[in-house]
Write a protein that binds this ligand. Structure first.
Ligand SMILES: Nc1ncnc2c1ncn2[C@@H]1O[C@H](COP(=O)(O)OP(=O)(O)OP(=O)(O)O)[C@@H](O)[C@H]1O
Ligand SMILES: [Mg+2]
Length: 577
């Protein structure tokens, strides 16, 4: 589209240049034609001057002498075909080229004779085709004819200087450098042609009348440009024309639009020939540059990803080290605390032996001391499970079955307004884990969900098999690549802020009011997943619910018998309360 518009504008510019060149050429042609007409008018004036003092009879008597004198007048002007004088009756008096003249021939019907006899204008330019006596062909001629008159202004005849049209044509030939794309013409103001280059091919005897020029000249314009043919393409012409000084004569130079079109077409072809490979080269360069930039961008993005992953891994490591330290600390405390509880429980047992059954109130005090010790013992057990120091009893387990068997406890713990769904995986892989710890984990997550949903909402537990590729496993989860059973526990609760999510796994971190939460629920889940060789992550945003995902590695003994193509599965028989 751009190329077409560019081509059109370049053609318009070529046409404008051609018009300017034509105007210049026509100005030069006018200058020259003025000189030609002035020169021949002068010759006619000299003839008139020579004959003026003599009567017609005297002229006839001295014809030979005058013939020679006239011959001298035009001797240096080969373009002058003839120069002669005619008397008031239309008969030839004397000629520069012919002696004696044929006086019998009546020339009173000539255009120039009639024009000058009937009006007082001094000069008449006449166009004609006449026989070239030497070559015996008709040639274009023009005459510069002067009115001969008495001092009182009476008509005495005419002095005629006849010039060969070929003389003007030769000048135009050199002006137009022999080109066939141009035509130069000299017109009288009525459109009759005085000279033309190149000469008319048919050698026609009739003088031509150019209707286009005649129409343009009708309004007596001193010059202008005639444009014919359609705006674009090789049809039509451009013609610049100009009046020759004050003479009733015009010069016109015409150029064919075909030649402008061809010139334009040639340069366009050259541009295309040179421009196309250049444009293609540029395009290739651009593509290479684009490709390189894209590669660099990809590399940059990879580098950024790598930096981000490294930062994540570092923060995970940092978190893991913190948990480890906390684990060791809490394990130490839990052990000492357990020992102390054992001592307290032992002593309470001794007191029961001595004082039991004597006083009801004492019995109540003792019972309450025992239950307090039991609750404290549960707490230490949770602490130990987080610190992974609690003895685990791992065994091959079917997660579908373990979680499916928790319907009762889930119903009771969640309350009547929280619905839940269990979506087991149809061909779930076995895991190697402590079933009690797994149940504990699910229960902890369910209780958290209940609290987050303020006792109302939907809890979904989905079980699926998933094979983790190297990049996902290591980069996002910091666990080895391989097959995992994935348990996702999703609620429609309040969700967590980023700050809460980052701290939620820390032991004793709770947002619940004092006495309502210990902050050990999620630490237990994380401790269980880690000690089973897996991991646990939280996906949550404030106001958008929470999903806690536990990854447990597939039990290797069973790996071969399972369907290795199966990856994540979310369908299956849902256990819905
Ligand atoms: N499903 C959840 N939705 C929104 N926030 C949660 C969810 N689970 C945990 N949290 C946030 O994480 C904190 C830590 O949870 P965690 O289970 O470790 O302790 P807790 O529930 O506060 O106490 P505990 O479990 O010992 O009764 C919670 O206090 C709560 O702010
Ligand atoms: Mg909890």
């Amino acid at each position: 589209m751009l190329a077409i518009a560019g081509g059109y504008f370049s053609y318009r510019a070529d046409v404008e240049r051609a018009e300017a060149a034509l105007r210049e050429a026509v100005a030069v042609a006018e200058e020259n034609t003025i000189k030609v007409l002035d020169t021949h008018q002068l010759v006619a004036a000299r003839i008139d001057d020579l004959l003026a003092p003599l009567s017609d009879d005297e002229i006839r008597n001295q014809e030979q002498l005058l013939h020679e004198k006239l011959g001298q007048q035009i001797s240096g002007e080969p373009q002058i075909a003839a120069a002669w004088a005619i008397d008031a009756a239309g008969h030839e008096l004397v000629s520069a080229r012919v002696y004696p003249v044929d006086r019998s021939m009546d020339q009173s019907q000539r255009d120039d004779f009639r024009a000058l006899r009937n009006s007082a204008v001094p000069i008449f330019i006449w166009a004609l085709r006449a026989r070239d006596l030497v070559r015996d062909v008709y040639q274009p001629y023009f005459t510069v004819t002067r009115r001969r008159q008495s001092p009182k202004g009476e008509f005495r005849g005419i002095a005629v200087v006849s010039v060969s049209g070929a003389y003007l044509a030769s000048f135009y030939r050199s002006l137009l450098q022999n080109s066939n794309d141009y035509t130069a013409r000299v017109f009288r103001e009525d459109g009759a042609e005085l000279a033309r280059y190149p000469a008319a091919e048919d050698g026609a005897v009739q003088l031509e009348h150019d209707s286009t020029i005649a129409a343009a000249l009708a309004d007596k314009s001193p010059g202008g440009m005639i444009v014919d043919g359609p705006d674009f393409g090789g049809l039509g012409h451009l013609t610049a024309y100009k009046q020759v000084d004050d003479y009733p004569v015009y010069v016109a130079i015409t150029r064919t639009r075909a030649s402008i079109f061809q010139e334009w077409f040639g340069s366009m072809t050259r541009y295309i020939a040179i421009g196309t490979p250049a444009a293609l080269g540029l395009m290739v360069l651009c593509l290479v540059a684009l490709h390189r930039t894209r590669r660099e961008q990809t590399a940059l993005a990879h580098a950024r990803d790598a930096i981000a992953q490294r930062a994540t891994a570092e923060s995970r490591l940092h978190q893991a080290q913190k948990m480890e330290a906390l684990g060791q600390l809490s394990a130490g405390i839990a052990h000492d605390f357990n020992n102390l509880l054992t001592v307290i429980l032992g002593n309470v047992a001794m007191l029961r032996l001595r004082l039991g059954g004597q006083d009801v109130q004492v019995d109540e005090f003792l019972a309450s001391a025992v239950s307090g010790c039991e609750r404290a013992s549960q707490l230490t057990s949770r602490l130990l499970s987080f610190s992974r120091n609690e003895p685990l009893n791992p065994q091959p387990a079917n997660v579908n079955e373990v979680i499916g068997g928790m319907s009762d406890i889930l119903s009771r713990s969640l309350g009547k307004d929280v619905a839940y769904e269990i979506l087991p995986s149809p061909k779930v892989w076995l895991v190697f884990a402590d079933k009690n710890q797994l149940e504990n984990s699910i229960l902890n997550l369910a209780l958290n969900a209940r609290d987050a949903m303020f006792g109302q909402g939907l809890l979904v537990i989905q079980i699926a098999n998933r094979s983790l590729a190297e990049d996902t496993a290591l980069q996002n989860l910091c666990i080895p690549a391989g097959d995992y059973v994935v348990i996702s526990v999703t609620d429609t609760g309040c969700g967590m802020s980023v700050k809460v999510r980052d701290k939620a796994f820390e032991p004793f971190y709770t947002t619940k009011e004092a006495g309502k939460g210990t902050g050990l629920g999620l630490s237990q889940v994380a401790g269980f997943a880690a000690s089973s060789g897996g991991t646990c992550i939280i996906e949550s945003a404030l106001g958008q619910g929470t999903t806690v995902v536990i990854y447990l590695p597939r039990f290797p003994e069973e790996a071969s018998s399972a369907d290795s193509n199966e990856t994540q599965t979310s369908s299956g028989d849902a256990l819905v309360r």
